[in-house]
Design a protein around this ligand. Structure first.
Ligand code: NAD
Length: 330
């Protein structure tokens, strides 16, 4: 079975090749998959895609014409796939529902600790032989209230870690997780979570219902000086509203691993290029904002698990052992 791996990096090549015993034939392609690049899938049976590939109707139609029968997402999220169209074209979509919830949850915690204790600023100061502490004042996480939006695998792991800091954790999820309830974590309506949390961390999927969940209305309900962390998907946040709230001090800290317009930026080296995205450029000017380029998943353990499940999905489809395939259904 021939698989075209789009948006591939050297680490994808290493991990996928290591997991397959030679039954799959991978072609590693650097470009993102979209309408313009879909033709590169010619001669393959399946495509393997990542978070910033565009699997919209025109792209899927081209893939179907080329005889592609399966899309193996090497990530958990599938908001970039038109599932209805894929189903209509008889293209199976599979994903990696779980690889390492610890990788993403721990990264969210890293953002919180960095923001709170100004590690990013301290790092630069010390390198300049500036050991003054002005402006580096943090706060104890102990006994602070942390709101977790979405308590699936990652949110639940994050909630458990924050309980370990002695935080009071509040949760919101339309489908409460019994494992989280067993930790005596209270599920509350979103309005209460906004109003009572000192730190808010987003761990829900991007769907029409959660698109721009963080907007001027929800921010207005939050505590002044709140810390907001998003390691989920960029479009959960309406960035311009967050910038306004950062300027007024309503949002006191912002930690992002994802950004609504990240597809044109992340995973590439643009250090010799003039940044064209003025909204992103504004975010970079705040001392109380830190941004990482969608790296929360990026641990050895997670990459191993992603490659293993992706190969299992592809082989399951190849041998029509569908019980082994983690299909995405509408
Ligand atoms: P999951 O499916 O296990 O959990 C998602 C949870 O969100 C579920 O409990 C679901 O009930 C809940 N949810 C659904 N609708 C909601 C709503 N309207 N409001 C609040 N919660 C809602 O997924 P997961 O593995 O925990 O991953 C969570 C998200 O993290 C993914 O959707 C993905 O976007 C993101 N992610 C990011 C990275 C990264 O590298 N930054 C890596 C993996 C996943």
């Amino acid at each position: 079975m021939n698989v075209a791996v789009f948006s591939s990096k050297r680490y994808d090549e290493e991990h996928l090749s290591r997991c397959d015993s030679g039954t799959l034939s991978f072609t590693f392609l650097e470009p993102h998959l979209n309408q313009t690049t879909a033709a590169l899938a010619a001669g393959h049976d399946a495509v393997c895609c990542f978070v910033n590939d565009t699997l919209d109707e025109p792209t899927l139609a081209q893939l179907a014409d080329l005889g592609i029968r399966m899309i193996a997402m090497r990530c958990a999220g599938f908001n970039n796939v038109d599932l209805e169209c894929a189903e209509r074209l008889n293209i199976l979509v599979a994903r990696v529902p779980e690889y390492s919830p610890h990788a993403v949850a721990e990264h969210a915690v890293a953002l919180i600790l960095d923001l709170n204790r100004n590690i990013h600023r301290a790092f630069n100061r010390v390198r300049e032989h500036d050991y003054s502490l002005n402006g580096l004042l943090g706060f104890d996480l102990y006994q602070k209230t942390v709101g977790v939006v979405g308590t699936g695998k990652i949110g639940a792991t994050f909630a458990r870690i924050m309980q370990g800091f002695g935080c009071q954790v509040l949760a919101y999820d339309p489908y409460p997780n019994p494992a989280v309830q067993a930790l005596n974590i209270e599920y509350v309506p979103l309005e209460r979570l906004w109003a009572e949390s000192d730190v808010i961390s987003l761990h829900c999927p991007l769907m029409p219902e959660t698109h721009h969940l963080i907007n001027s209305r929800s921010i207005a309900q939050m505590k002044r000086g709140v810390m907001l962390v998003n390691t989920s998907r960029g479009a959960l946040i309406q960035t311009q509203s967050v910038i306004t709230a950062l300027k007024s001090g309503h949002i006191g800290y912002l930690g992002l691993d994802v950004y609504e317009e990240e597809a044109d930026l992340f995973f590439e080296d643009y250090s010799n290029t003039v940044l064209q995205d003025d909204v992103f450029a504004r975010l970079l000017t705040f001392p109380n904002v830190i941004i990482t380029g969608h790296q929360a998943f990026f641990t050895r353990e997670a990459l191993d698990a992603i490659a293993r499940t992706t190969v299992q999905n592809l082989l399951g489809f190849k041998h029509q052992e569908m019980e082994k395939v983690h299909c995405v259904r509408r």
